[in-house]
Design a protein around this ligand. Structure first.
Ligand SMILES: *[C@@H]1O[C@H](CO)[C@@H](O)[C@H](O)[C@H]1NC(C)=O
Ligand SMILES: *[C@@H]1O[C@H](CO)[C@@H](O)[C@H](O)[C@H]1NC(C)=O
Length: 340
């Protein structure tokens, strides 16, 4: 016969089990669930040529990444030849398994690999920028793709998580590059290049001369790039980027986060890509949150760079007009289905 105190203990344990069961199912309900994407098949004329794609992957931007993956597959004529290389923060090993399961559940046929990125690689190199979102270590993972990805991968298309493709990525991957070029990306020569660096930088000839001898350096966006990994490895460009980041810690030569070191190392010597491959800025105005329109010309890739993200605005019922072009790629299950 149980004593009064053992009864008390067993009911306490029950209560604890009960509450942990509630919180577990609560967490399961709250975790984003994604639908399974359809299977996409190669067209009959496909070769065995693999198109490698690299993306950073984290829980915050997962919904964007899922939409980007779907858009790539849907518009590829050879979707089975696409291989995704995802880089995720090593500091959150639990999220790596969640990410793996989430991708696998929605894309059971996808060829992919997740690589852990150690935040410490860049922690000491990041100086605070005007937009703190840009200071996230995973934002710098693109600098390390040549060492993170296996040596057998010789070329990769790097994509941000806040974009969708509406054209065949194989065309972008096949951008011609001359033998001294490491990157290909759309260039924006109308943007005032001077403004990306501080007066301290321009007034110091030993620094500003870095652009001497290159053709006209122009701004490019690092959210969409074709990278020749072999040439990058051979030229140790990761080290060159890190040297500029080390200098930035000692004297302020630019304001934004991960972009300026790329401009310092590559601007004026990248292979041009048609602007259709990065219709950027759709996230809107960084200061007032205004909606932006498309740039004139054809569209192969829509990029919600900037502060606003289409999934946030759609959830808040305050979408920009062009967010309707992102919505068809959203794989997230409607979260409040049980409330109906
Ligand atoms: C295969 O054929 C389709 C349709 O004719 C074409 O769009 C595509 O570029 C071709 N792909 C390859 C790899 O030749
Ligand atoms: C570019 O910006 C710099 C610094 O703000 C300014 O001095 C220069 O006149 C601008 N150039 C053009 C072409 O607008």
């Amino acid at each position: 016969m149980p004593t009064a105190s053992s009864t008390k203990w067993s009911s306490l344990i029950c209560i604890l089990v009960f509450f942990s069961a509630i919180s577990t199912s609560y967490a399961a309900t709250m975790a984003p669930r994604f639908k399974e994407a359809p299977k996409f098949d190669n067209s009959p004329n496909c070769s065995d040529h693999v198109v490698h794609i690299a993306m950073a992957l984290d829980v915050t931007y997962l919904r964007g990444s899922m939409a980007a993956i779907l858009s790539v597959l849907q518009h590829s004529s050879c979707p089975e030849n696409v291989f995704f290389h995802f880089v995720s923060a090593a500091s959150q090993p639990s999220s790596a398994s969640v990410l793996h399961l989430t991708i696998y559940t929605s894309f059971p046929y996808l060829k992919f690999q997740i690589y852990p990125f150690h935040d410490l690689t860049v922690a000491g190199l990041i100086s605070s920028s005007i937009r703190t979102a840009l200071d996230c270590p995973l934002n710098y993972a693109r600098n390390y793709l040549p060492s993170l990805l296996p040596p057998s991968v010789r070329k990769v298309v790097y994509l941000d998580s806040d974009l969708v493709l509406v054209d065949d990525i194989a065309q972008l991957a096949a951008t011609p590059m001359s033998s001294d070029q490491v990157l290909a990306a759309p260039e924006y020569c109308n943007a005032n290049f001077t403004t990306y660096f501080t007066p301290t930088f321009w007034s110091n000839p030993s620094l500003s001369l870095t652009f001497a001898g290159r053709r006209k350096p122009c701004y490019f966006n690092t959210g969409v790039m074709v990278i020749d990994l072999e040439r990058w490895r051979a030229g140790d460009y990761t080290r060159k980027i890190e040297e500029w980041m080390e200098l930035q810690k000692r004297m302020r030569i630019y304001e934004l986060g991960s972009l300026p070191p790329f401009l310092l190392v590559f601007a004026g010597n990248i292979a041009p890509v048609d602007h259709r491959w990065n219709q950027h800025g759709l996230g809107g105005d960084n200061f007032r949150g205004l909606c932006r329109d498309l740039h004139p010309g054809p569209v192969s890739l829509l990029h919600w760079s900037g502060k606003g993200k289409p999934w946030v605005r759609l959830d808040a019922n305050r979408p920009c007009p062009l967010d309707a072009l992102w919505a068809p790629y959203d794989l997230q299950e409607t979260p409040f289905a049980l409330d109906a």
